[in-house]
Design a protein around this ligand. Structure first.
Ligand code: ADP
Length: 743
């Protein structure tokens, strides 16, 4: 007997066989059973079936003819047809093993199908020979349908969920992933990911954490984890996983994960945190209320400004801040907000907790929900009490200011902090001819070439608060010509440093400009004259010198007195020549062109010293120097500076010591400062300025020869390079001449 046949069916078989002498009773009972039951002889031919078997199989089996089973056609669970002689009953009758609980399908003659589990048992005689069989068919169609439905539902839920649903094996292999998951990681089909390692999708820095988590879930733990993934497109996303263990059909533990992309949520949370930090740290009071006027939020500055703590304010009506005589404002504001309008810079008065009144500028914006419906309002309140005070103080002083302004010869005006002119004195109307009730429109008179520079400079000043300063031309309609003006304006500020007004003036500088122009022209003419005069003088002077020298050498018999006169003539001509040469050098500096190459100061010093070698040898003087820089200056200019200054240092040496001169240079912010110091006779401090003037000398020709042009040339050169020259000296001890050259 097969041990796998359920004991209960076997007992039934025994009862039916009448083993206990009560076969008929049980047969009647089985007839009435709602379970399908049939019996066969040892060859499998049907000997009995009950009503339930007829109903289930959908046919009336033929007793003694039909073999093995009451059903019409049998199929295995996977749908393969099963010949009747291989059905579980046939197997049992042949003495084979029938596994318990197998599931089969059968088809009725009308084509409908049902699921059943057979419980066959064999009937044996006293010797144990098989003499027949009995089979019980349990109808499991409903259970199968429910299972199928559950599977279907599960798949539908998994497939329609917007989150990634996936199953991961302990080694990280992806076993299942729904379409949302495929979309999240940028995969086009399940084949692309099934079987690959989930670890490859986890960002490298989170991989160890995720591996630990996966192993814990496969070991039976439940939990959640946030980590970064880098998807198949290389896009990094922040995700959150909720996981639970699951057992796969083969019994291996599996990690079932529902993963949500929280990149945007976290970003929004961060932004919200930033925003609330900004709101908290704002200097302005920021308050929100609902459409009933009930306070919803209250920042630190609101606490400071109005004196109520957040706990005291939130939940209370905004009217706690409104003085009784202004209560009618609130319904109007709420009405505008309901319409979605914004209230900008609404100046009003509000009351602190301690009763003090504040001048407030309010900006109120509607707050909308995600559907665009207005659900409340945010309110930014700025304390303008101080501003108002400064403003009204200004208006007290305004009358006096206007009187004063009208008495002034210049055009005087004021402008609001945003740069719009709001007042001008009588002079403007006189000059422009504009009507008294018009606002000052300076642009209408500006020279077209000056319009843009004027506008830019004014805009820059208004934005930065820097003083406004510009020269430009206005149309003088009375004289029908352009006149030069200078505009100047300064901002007035309140105690908090905010600009409350601009005060400006337009000064007529036309005459001054004309004088400057005349002067410039005269200077150019003078320089040209000096140049040609000194140039033309050179020639006749050379003739005087040469011929007087010739006369001295050829007229051997001249009287001593005549020879003395001739010597004076010679010396005078020579001096005159030097003077004219120096003057020429001076005037030539008028034609200044920017240097194209830098000059090495060490080389120029060496060249100057070579030119001075005679004077140096004669005086026994010594010149030392520090390493000197290379800088943008004409080499001839630098050489001349060294030559004049060192020449003087030797010339104005002390009779008591050999001249020692030192040259050095120091790099300072934006320029080089050179120093030429000597141990000569020094200069009295009262002459420190004078010596740089043209023809200015402190000595007679007999004491020290010279023209008084050398230092004037030095000054001119240095000024060409926007530098400065000066002397520091102690009479009797020496002098140091400094000059600067911009880098
Ligand atoms: P010059 O040397 O031809 O007289 P400069 O213009 O070079 O003309 O100098 C003007 C005057 O400055 C000189 O006459 C002299 O009195 C004074 N001076 C210039 N350099 C020195 C110096 N190194 N020491 C003392 N006095 C000086």
């Amino acid at each position: 007997m097969s041990s796998s046949i359920p004991g209960s069916t076997q007992s039934l078989a025994n009862l039916l066989s009448g083993e206990y002498g009560s076969g008929d009773v049980f047969r009647a009972m089985i007839e009435a059973l709602p379970l399908a039951v049939y019996m066969t002889d040892a060859e499998g031919r049907l000997t009995f079936f009950n009503a339930a078997a007829e109903k289930l199989s959908g046919r009336k089996p033929k007793l003694g003819a039909d073999q093995w089973c009451v059903t019409w056609k049998i199929f295995l669970a996977d749908g393969t047809p099963l010949p009747h002689d291989q059905c579980p009953m046939a197997v049992a009758l042949r003495g084979g093993d029938v596994p318990s609980g197998i599931e089969c399908q059968a088809e009725r003659p009308d084509g409908s199908r049902f699921w059943f589990t057979p419980y066959p048992a064999v009937l044996r005689d006293a010797e144990g020979r098989i003499v027949g069989g009995i089979n019980l068919l349990a109808d499991i169609t409903d259970r199968k349908a429910a299972e199928a439905l559950a599977n279907e539902q599960f798949r539908a839920i998994v497939d329609t969920t917007p989150d990634c649903v996936k199953a991961v094996a302990r080694d990280g292999a992806i076993l299942l992933m729904n379409s949302a998951g495929l979309g999240m990681i940028g995969a086009s089909s399940p084949e692309q990911v099934i079987g690959t390692s989930v670890y490859d999708l986890v960002a490298p820095e989170d991989r160890d954490r995720f591996r630990e988590f996966n192993e814990a879930v496969c070991g039976g733990a439940k939990g959640s984890l946030e980590f970064d993934i880098v998807d198949l497109r290389g896009v990094r996303r922040h995700v959150e996983t909720h996981s639970a263990p699951l057992h796969s059909p083969d019994g291996a533990p599996v990690h079932l994960a529902i993963t949500r992309d929280v990149t945007e949520i976290r970003r929004a949370e961060r932004a919200a945190r930033h925003l609330s930090a900004i709101v908290e740290s704002s200097d302005d009071a920021i308050v929100s209320k609902d459409l009933n006027g009930v306070i919803q939020s209250w920042n630190k500055s609101a606490e400071r400004l109005f004196g109520y703590t957040q706990a005291e304010a939130v939940g209370n009506p905004i009217t706690i801040l409104i003085p009784p005589d202004r209560l009618e404002e609130e319904p109007k504001i709420l009405e505008r907000l309901r319409r979605g309008e914004r209230v900008d810079h609404f100046e009003t008065i509000r009351r602190r907790k301690d009763g003090a009144l504040l001048n407030i500028s309010l900006t109120i914006s509607p707050v909308k929900d995600s559907t665009g419906k207005v659900i409340g309002a945010s309110k930014i309140a700025r304390d303008i009490t101080e501003f108002k005070r400064a403003h009204s103080a200004l208006q007290a002083s305004e009358v006096r200011f206007r009187h004063l302004a009208d008495a002034m010869p210049q055009i005087v005006w004021t402008a609001s902090p945003d740069g719009r002119p709001d007042y001008c004195n009588e002079r403007w109307y006189e000059f422009s001819g504009c009507a008294r009730d018009t606002v000052m429109d300076w642009e209408s008179l500006l020279h077209p070439d000056d319009l843009a520079p004027f506008r830019d400079a004014w805009r820059e000043s208004v934005q930065s608060g820097n003083p406004f300063n510009i020269e430009y031309r206005f149309r003088d309609k009375r004289e029908n010509r352009w006149r030069w003006f200078m505009a100047r304006a300064l901002p007035a500020r309140d105690s908090a440093g905010r600009i409350v007004k601009w005060f400006g003036s337009f000064i007529d500088i036309d005459d001054q400009k004309r004088v400057e122009d005349d002067l410039r022209r005269a200077n150019v003419a003078l320089e040209q004259f000096a140049y040609s005069a000194s140039h033309d003088l050179q020639e006749p002077l050379r003739s005087v010198r040469i011929y007087s020298e010739l006369l001295a050498s050829t007229c051997g018999e001249l009287s001593p007195r005549s020879r003395e006169f001739l010597n004076f003539l010679c010396a005078g001509a020579t001096r005159m020549e030097v003077l004219v040469r120096d003057l020429l050098a001076y005037t030539q500096l008028a034609k200044f062109e920017k240097p194209e190459h830098p000059a090495d100061a060490n080389e120029e010093l060496a060249a100057a010293l070579a030119n001075l070698s005679g004077a140096l040898a004669e005086s026994g003087g010594r010149v030392t120097s520090d390493p000197l820089p290379t800088l943008m200056i004409h080499s001839s200019h630098l050489q001349q500076l060294f030559q004049n200054l060192i020449g003087n240092a030797i010339k104005y040496r002390s009779p008591d010591r050999t001249p020692e001169v030192h040259v050095s240079a120091t790099h300072l912010q934006g320029f080089w400062r050179f120093a030429v110091s000597d141990n000569g006779i020094g200069i009295d401090s009262q002459y420190k300025e004078r010596i740089f003037g043209l023809f200015k000398r402190l000595h007679t020709q007999t004491e020290y020869s010279g023209t008084g042009i050398g230092l004037a040339i030095c000054r001119r050169i240095v000024e060409r390079y926007h530098g400065r020259i000066w002397v520091e000296s102690e009479p009797g001890r020496g002098s140091t001449f400094f000059f600067t050259i911009a880098v």
